[in-house]
Design a protein around this ligand. Structure first.
Ligand code: NAD
Ligand code: IPM
Ligand code: MN
Length: 357
């Protein structure tokens, strides 16, 4: 029996809607397996700016530090997306949280549920069995280097920076994970052009001999973008820099059928944060149609990685599988064959998952 404290940080837009469902799944797991989970909530992003003027209030950060895990939603608001001059922005809260908690490794599993073979725009025979684990570096790169303007604001710059240490620690996590899977590691960079990528490749090559059981491949990111769609099954573990990882995993979400299916775990030095890879999706906010399965699968990662509760995590994944097998879909993963009565909203599909727990 475990006693754990979970901080729920829904953030903005559909973050609110999907995180509410993810939390219900955690509550059901605690009841079923006899654990005691306590909960608190905190603000981040646009809602935090509105309430406090700060996208990551000190109180939120402190609560994160005091928790055993964080279930996170999303941040973002069209108001800022359409105003490049805004100085205070929701996304700053997310980035500061990652940096402050030392969450340098973002695990993004791309796992296709067989039932969703028809939901993707990629042909089923290319997709069947695809199973990729991305390790996206999360606290370095162009995201966190010096940025600014010069020439009276007419020239802008963002500096991409990586140290050996930063590359090595994410690479080791990826090598270790590959050992527990199909023992293939693909390191993605742009070493033919970019200096940080050359350091990246150098570090991977240097430590690779320590993992002789892992087969290492180096790819340029442009080729990876193509190969993910052409032959997704060739990938096992992929390790890459912050920006490349951001872009490639949105692309790879189409292997799993939808952005609404992709969960992630951000881990490193401090409290682990578990969140869908998608954003606040204001185009569907308030309509009750957002797919909460990414948040539910993030809750499964939370149980597994931060709490070491493997059977509980498995139970969650299995429940999602059962709901899909029963034919239920949200709009984003429905296809032409899905009967209208099987297309459910956010809360209704969440309720189906709870029934299988
Ligand atoms: P997005 O991920 O919010 O949405 C992209 C598309 O996918 C939209 O059409 C949306 O409706 C759909 N989608 C996303 N999640 C879905 C779900 N669970 N169910 C069904 N459909 C889903 O990306 P965007 O539109 O580029 O960005 C919107 C805002 O979100 C921006 O402000 C951006 O900065 C922010 N954002 C935040 C995060 C985060 O908090 N981790 C991630 C990405 C984007
Ligand atoms: C993500 C998002 C964030 C990122 C943005 C909102 C800062 O796209 O979590 O993937 O680029 O890391
Ligand atoms: Mn992203």
């Amino acid at each position: 029996m475990a006693t754990k404290h979970i901080l729920v940080v829904p953030g903005d837009g559909i973050g609110q809607e999907v995180t509410a469902v993810g939390k219900k799944v955690l509550e059901k797991i605690a009841a079923k397996f006899g654990h005691t989970f306590t909960y608190d909530e905190a603000l981040i992003g646009h809602v935090a700016i509105e309430a406090t003027g700060n996208p990551l209030p000190d109180e939120t950060l402190e609560k994160m530090r005091q928790s055993d895990a964080v279930l996170f939603g999303a941040v973002g608001h069209p108001k800022y997306d359409n105003d490049p001059t805004a100085k205070v922005r929701p996304e700053q809260g997310l980035l500061k949280m990652r940096k402050e908690l030392g969450l340098y490794a973002n695990l993004r599993p791309i796992k296709l549920f067989d039932e969703l073979l028809g939901a993707s725009s990629i042909k089923p025979e290319i997709l069947k069995g695809a199973d990729i684990l991305f390790f996206r570096e999360l606290t370095g790169d162009i995201y966190f280097g010096e940025k600014g303007r010069k020439n009276d604001g007419d020239t802008a710059y963002d500096i991409a920076e990586y140290s050996r240490y930063e590359v090595e620690r994410i690479a080791r996590k990826a090598f270790e994970a590959a050992r527990t899977r199909r023992k293939k590691l693909c390191s993605v960079d742009k070493a033919n052009v970019i200096e940080t990528s050359r350091l990246w490749r150098e570090v991977i090559q240097k430590i690779a001999p320590e993992y002789p059981d892992v087969e290492v491949e180096h790819q340029f990111v442009d080729a990876t973008a193509m190969l993910l769609i052409k032959d997704p099954r060739r990938f096992d573990v992929v390790v890459t820099a912050n920006l490349f990882g951001d872009i490639l995993t949105d692309e790879a979400s189409q292997i799993a059928g939808s952005m609404g299916m992709l969960a992630s775990a951000s881990v490193g030095d401090g409290t682990g944060v578990y969140e869908p890879i998608h954003g606040s999706a204001h185009d569907i906010t308030g309509k009750g149609v957002a797919n909460p399965l990414a948040s539910i699968l993030s809750a499964a990662l939370l149980l597994d990685i931060s709490f070491g509760l493997k059977a509980e995590a498995e139970a969650v994944i299995n429940a999602v599988d059962q709901v899909l097998k029963a034919g239920f879909r949200t709009r984003d993963i429905a296809d032409a064959q899905t009967p209208a009565e099987k297309v459910l909203g956010t809360e209704a599909i969440g309720a189906e998952v709870l029934k299988f727990l």
